[in-house]
Ligand binder design. Structure first.
Ligand code: MN
Length: 231
Protein backbone atom coordinates (compact mmCIF):
# COMPACT_ATOMS: atom_id res chain seq x y z
CA UNK A 1 0.00 0.00 0.00
CA UNK A 2 1.29 3.44 -0.87
CA UNK A 3 0.47 6.00 1.80
CA UNK A 4 -0.04 9.61 0.82
CA UNK A 5 1.44 10.97 4.05
CA UNK A 6 3.58 9.63 6.88
CA UNK A 7 1.90 6.63 8.60
CA UNK A 8 1.17 7.37 12.29
CA UNK A 9 3.42 5.58 14.77
CA UNK A 10 2.19 2.53 16.68
CA UNK A 11 1.52 3.58 20.26
CA UNK A 12 2.44 0.88 22.78
CA UNK A 13 3.09 0.37 26.49
CA UNK A 14 5.90 -1.92 27.74
CA UNK A 15 4.68 -5.08 29.47
CA UNK A 16 6.89 -5.60 32.51
CA UNK A 17 9.06 -8.69 32.56
CA UNK A 18 8.07 -9.91 29.09
CA UNK A 19 10.14 -7.90 26.62
CA UNK A 20 6.86 -7.22 24.78
CA UNK A 21 4.70 -4.15 24.22
CA UNK A 22 0.92 -3.70 24.49
CA UNK A 23 -0.31 -1.87 21.36
CA UNK A 24 -2.91 0.76 22.26
CA UNK A 25 -6.13 0.98 20.23
CA UNK A 26 -8.33 3.33 22.28
CA UNK A 27 -8.07 5.14 25.60
CA UNK A 28 -11.29 5.37 27.63
CA UNK A 29 -11.64 7.22 30.92
CA UNK A 30 -14.26 7.02 33.66
CA UNK A 31 -15.52 10.29 35.13
CA UNK A 32 -16.58 10.42 38.80
CA UNK A 33 -15.67 7.14 40.42
CA UNK A 34 -14.59 8.13 43.96
CA UNK A 35 -16.99 9.94 46.29
CA UNK A 36 -14.43 12.35 47.82
CA UNK A 37 -13.39 13.52 44.36
CA UNK A 38 -17.01 14.20 43.35
CA UNK A 39 -17.32 16.22 46.58
CA UNK A 40 -14.13 18.23 45.99
CA UNK A 41 -15.28 19.04 42.44
CA UNK A 42 -18.78 19.99 43.68
CA UNK A 43 -20.08 19.31 40.19
CA UNK A 44 -22.37 16.29 40.33
CA UNK A 45 -25.07 14.54 42.21
CA UNK A 46 -23.30 11.82 44.16
CA UNK A 47 -25.82 9.26 42.93
CA UNK A 48 -25.14 9.98 39.25
CA UNK A 49 -23.94 6.97 37.27
CA UNK A 50 -20.35 7.17 36.01
CA UNK A 51 -19.76 8.34 32.48
CA UNK A 52 -17.04 7.80 29.93
CA UNK A 53 -14.89 9.94 27.69
CA UNK A 54 -11.91 9.24 25.46
CA UNK A 55 -8.40 10.50 25.01
CA UNK A 56 -6.53 10.12 21.72
CA UNK A 57 -4.16 7.17 21.77
CA UNK A 58 -1.26 9.31 20.56
CA UNK A 59 -1.67 11.32 23.79
CA UNK A 60 -0.01 8.41 25.59
CA UNK A 61 3.18 9.27 27.51
CA UNK A 62 5.41 6.50 28.87
CA UNK A 63 7.16 6.23 32.21
CA UNK A 64 10.13 8.56 32.53
CA UNK A 65 9.02 10.87 29.72
CA UNK A 66 8.23 14.59 29.79
CA UNK A 67 4.70 15.97 29.71
CA UNK A 68 4.97 19.46 28.19
CA UNK A 69 2.82 22.05 29.99
CA UNK A 70 -0.04 22.41 27.47
CA UNK A 71 -1.18 25.64 25.85
CA UNK A 72 -4.51 27.34 26.64
CA UNK A 73 -4.58 26.61 30.37
CA UNK A 74 -3.41 28.14 33.63
CA UNK A 75 -4.62 25.23 35.77
CA UNK A 76 -2.97 22.02 34.58
CA UNK A 77 -3.81 19.19 36.99
CA UNK A 78 -3.03 15.51 37.58
CA UNK A 79 -5.45 12.70 38.42
CA UNK A 80 -3.85 9.38 39.41
CA UNK A 81 -5.84 6.38 38.19
CA UNK A 82 -5.75 2.60 37.93
CA UNK A 83 -5.48 1.71 34.22
CA UNK A 84 -7.13 -1.50 32.98
CA UNK A 85 -5.78 -3.06 29.75
CA UNK A 86 -8.19 -5.13 27.67
CA UNK A 87 -6.72 -8.34 26.26
CA UNK A 88 -9.78 -10.03 24.79
CA UNK A 89 -12.47 -8.41 22.66
CA UNK A 90 -16.10 -8.39 23.70
CA UNK A 91 -19.45 -6.67 23.59
CA UNK A 92 -22.22 -6.55 26.22
CA UNK A 93 -19.94 -8.38 28.66
CA UNK A 94 -21.51 -9.42 31.98
CA UNK A 95 -19.95 -8.35 35.29
CA UNK A 96 -19.29 -12.01 36.02
CA UNK A 97 -17.29 -12.47 32.79
CA UNK A 98 -15.59 -9.06 32.78
CA UNK A 99 -12.32 -10.09 34.42
CA UNK A 100 -11.73 -12.68 31.65
CA UNK A 101 -11.26 -9.76 29.22
CA UNK A 102 -8.47 -8.06 31.18
CA UNK A 103 -4.85 -8.41 30.10
CA UNK A 104 -3.23 -6.39 32.86
CA UNK A 105 -3.00 -3.19 34.87
CA UNK A 106 -0.90 -0.03 35.10
CA UNK A 107 -0.76 3.30 36.91
CA UNK A 108 -1.94 6.25 34.81
CA UNK A 109 -2.44 10.00 35.03
CA UNK A 110 -5.53 11.63 33.54
CA UNK A 111 -3.91 15.03 32.92
CA UNK A 112 -6.52 17.79 32.78
CA UNK A 113 -6.81 21.43 31.77
CA UNK A 114 -9.03 22.03 34.83
CA UNK A 115 -9.95 25.63 33.96
CA UNK A 116 -11.09 24.57 30.49
CA UNK A 117 -12.94 21.52 31.84
CA UNK A 118 -14.89 23.65 34.34
CA UNK A 119 -15.64 26.26 31.68
CA UNK A 120 -16.98 23.55 29.30
CA UNK A 121 -19.13 22.07 32.04
CA UNK A 122 -20.56 25.45 32.97
CA UNK A 123 -21.45 26.16 29.35
CA UNK A 124 -22.84 22.71 28.61
CA UNK A 125 -20.07 22.01 26.09
CA UNK A 126 -18.09 18.77 25.58
CA UNK A 127 -15.04 18.17 27.81
CA UNK A 128 -12.77 17.72 24.79
CA UNK A 129 -10.32 20.60 25.31
CA UNK A 130 -10.18 20.00 29.07
CA UNK A 131 -9.49 16.29 28.88
CA UNK A 132 -8.33 15.29 25.43
CA UNK A 133 -5.14 16.93 24.17
CA UNK A 134 -1.50 16.18 23.37
CA UNK A 135 0.40 14.24 26.06
CA UNK A 136 -2.62 14.08 28.39
CA UNK A 137 -2.44 10.32 29.03
CA UNK A 138 0.72 9.14 30.84
CA UNK A 139 0.64 5.38 31.45
CA UNK A 140 3.15 3.29 33.39
CA UNK A 141 4.47 -0.11 32.39
CA UNK A 142 1.82 -2.84 32.47
CA UNK A 143 1.80 -5.87 34.71
CA UNK A 144 -0.14 -8.83 33.36
CA UNK A 145 -2.94 -10.58 35.23
CA UNK A 146 -0.82 -13.75 35.03
CA UNK A 147 1.91 -11.86 36.90
CA UNK A 148 0.02 -9.78 39.46
CA UNK A 149 -3.59 -11.06 39.50
CA UNK A 150 -6.52 -8.64 39.50
CA UNK A 151 -6.18 -5.28 41.27
CA UNK A 152 -9.28 -4.86 43.45
CA UNK A 153 -7.87 -3.29 46.61
CA UNK A 154 -4.86 -1.44 47.97
CA UNK A 155 -3.40 2.03 48.05
CA UNK A 156 -3.54 4.44 45.11
CA UNK A 157 -1.46 7.60 45.55
CA UNK A 158 0.50 10.32 43.81
CA UNK A 159 3.28 12.56 45.06
CA UNK A 160 4.52 15.78 43.52
CA UNK A 161 8.21 16.52 44.20
CA UNK A 162 8.04 13.94 47.00
CA UNK A 163 4.97 15.39 48.71
CA UNK A 164 1.88 13.15 48.79
CA UNK A 165 -1.14 14.79 47.14
CA UNK A 166 -3.68 12.04 46.45
CA UNK A 167 -3.81 9.04 48.80
CA UNK A 168 -6.75 6.66 48.74
CA UNK A 169 -7.80 3.05 48.27
CA UNK A 170 -8.81 1.17 45.12
CA UNK A 171 -11.71 -0.39 47.05
CA UNK A 172 -13.25 3.09 47.40
CA UNK A 173 -14.21 3.11 43.72
CA UNK A 174 -17.96 3.64 43.34
CA UNK A 175 -17.99 1.33 40.30
CA UNK A 176 -15.44 -1.49 40.53
CA UNK A 177 -13.38 -2.79 37.62
CA UNK A 178 -15.80 -5.57 36.50
CA UNK A 179 -18.68 -3.09 36.60
CA UNK A 180 -16.70 -0.55 34.55
CA UNK A 181 -15.72 -3.12 31.90
CA UNK A 182 -19.28 -4.44 31.70
CA UNK A 183 -20.85 -0.98 31.56
CA UNK A 184 -18.43 0.31 28.89
CA UNK A 185 -18.87 -2.85 26.78
CA UNK A 186 -22.58 -2.11 26.50
CA UNK A 187 -21.72 1.24 24.87
CA UNK A 188 -18.73 0.25 22.70
CA UNK A 189 -17.22 -2.97 21.40
CA UNK A 190 -14.16 -3.50 23.56
CA UNK A 191 -11.14 -4.71 21.64
CA UNK A 192 -7.74 -5.94 22.74
CA UNK A 193 -5.47 -2.92 22.93
CA UNK A 194 -8.05 -0.75 24.70
CA UNK A 195 -7.03 1.01 27.92
CA UNK A 196 -9.52 2.18 30.54
CA UNK A 197 -8.53 4.85 33.09
CA UNK A 198 -10.83 4.06 36.01
CA UNK A 199 -11.29 7.41 37.75
CA UNK A 200 -9.45 9.39 40.42
CA UNK A 201 -9.74 9.88 44.18
CA UNK A 202 -9.69 13.25 45.97
CA UNK A 203 -6.64 15.51 46.16
CA UNK A 204 -6.25 16.69 42.58
CA UNK A 205 -4.11 19.82 42.28
CA UNK A 206 -2.26 21.97 39.75
CA UNK A 207 1.31 21.33 38.62
CA UNK A 208 4.01 23.61 37.24
CA UNK A 209 6.93 23.19 34.87
CA UNK A 210 9.68 21.16 36.51
CA UNK A 211 7.37 19.24 38.87
CA UNK A 212 8.02 15.50 39.16
CA UNK A 213 4.93 13.31 39.58
CA UNK A 214 5.14 9.80 40.93
CA UNK A 215 1.99 7.64 40.89
CA UNK A 216 1.66 4.37 42.75
CA UNK A 217 -0.89 1.58 43.04
CA UNK A 218 -0.15 -1.37 45.33
CA UNK A 219 1.10 -4.29 43.26
CA UNK A 220 1.90 -2.19 40.19
CA UNK A 221 4.94 -0.38 38.83
CA UNK A 222 5.30 3.30 39.75
CA UNK A 223 4.73 5.88 37.03
CA UNK A 224 7.04 8.90 37.09
CA UNK A 225 6.83 11.84 34.72
CA UNK A 226 8.18 15.40 34.70
CA UNK A 227 6.25 18.48 33.60
CA UNK A 228 8.09 20.19 30.75
CA UNK A 229 8.10 23.80 29.64
CA UNK A 230 5.02 25.50 28.25
CA UNK A 231 4.28 24.77 24.63
MN1 MN B 1 -10.02 11.19 35.62
Amino acid sequence: MNFAVQVPEVVAVPVAGTGTFFPVRRIYCVGRNYLEHIREMKEADERDPPFFFQKPRDALVLNGQLVPYPPQTNDFQFEVELVVAIGKSGRAISKEKALDHIFGYAVGFDMTRRDRQRESGKNGLPWEIGKSFDACAPCGNLRTVADVGHIDHGRIAVSVNGQVKQDSLIEKMIWNVPEIVSNLSHLYDLVEGDLIYSGTPAGVAPVLTGDILRGTVDGLIDLEITIGTRT
